[in-house]
Structures are given as C-alpha cells and as structure tokens.
Design a protein around this ligand. Structure first.
Ligand SMILES: [Zn+2]
Length: 140
C-alpha cells in the first residue's frame, strides 16, 4: 500500500530545512532578493496554504524603526492598492531574517486574503503555534 501523503510532512520538511539552514546561527546574515523569494514560496505553502499572492514589489533598505515592513500603497486614480515588502540589508542571524519575513507575510495575508486592518491583533497572533511548529518565533 502506498503511504498517504500527510499534510504534516510539509511542516516537518520546512522545520528541518530551517534548522539546517540556520545552523551557523551566530553568523550575521546579508539579505538577498533570492532568499526572500525562495522563502516566500516555502512559507506560503507551509503557513498560508498557498493563498498569498507575491508582494508587488520588494525593497532591501535601511529602516530606522523596524527590521521589516509591509507597506500598502494606494492608487486613488486606479482605486487599487499594492503591497511593498521592505527588508533590512543585514540581520544578526538568518533566523532573524526568516522570522521577520514570515512576520511581514502575515500582514500581507491579513490585508489581502482577510481584508483585515493588518494590525498586531488576534488574527495576527493566531499564527503563533504555526510558527512554533516550523521552528520560527512570532514576535513584534
Ligand atoms: Zn508587524
């Protein structure tokens, strides 16, 4: 009999991957567009059931008040909004980078899939156990 593919397999695989790729946890991490796109796909599948559309734009830039940001831009002329992911060029570790990316992806999910405010509300924190399962930490 063929083994039925378990939904949990994806969670376990993602957790192993994160563990493997964050082994040298003391090492400073330099942000790349490639990693952002790679992990966007991984987290989208594992945490958001593949429902997220990609950010409309991604910018690696220095910020004064955050490590990452999901910025909504409104076009009054077109009546549409588009979402920009901003990430710091450098993180203290790759784990910090992954935590930040996944955090900003929740804000995108809130605003595009759930039409929510995108605040740090109970909808946001409902991801805490899911993060823990794949070895990430959901913080502010
Ligand atoms: Zn936030």
């Amino acid at each position: 009999m063929k083994k039925k593919k378990n939904k949990n397999d994806l969670v376990i695989k993602t957790k192993q991957r994160i563990l493997r790729e964050t082994k040298s946890s003391q090492k400073e991490y330099i942000t790349t567009y490639k990693d952002i796109k790679r992990y966007f796909r991984v987290f989208n599948k594992t945490l958001f059931k593949g429902k997220l559309n990609a950010f409309n734009d991604i910018q690696i830039k220095n910020m004064k008040t955050a490590y990452g940001q999901c910025v909504e831009n409104l076009s009054y002329r077109k009546g549409t909004s588009f979402f920009v992911l901003e990430m710091m060029p450098k993180f203290s570790s790759k784990r910090e980078f992954l935590n930040t990316l996944a955090h900003e992806m929740i804000h995108l999910w809130q605003q595009t899939v759930k039409k929510d405010t995108g605040n740090h509300n109970s909808l946001f924190f409902s991801f805490k156990p899911k993060f823990k399962k794949i070895g990430l930490e959901l913080t502010l």
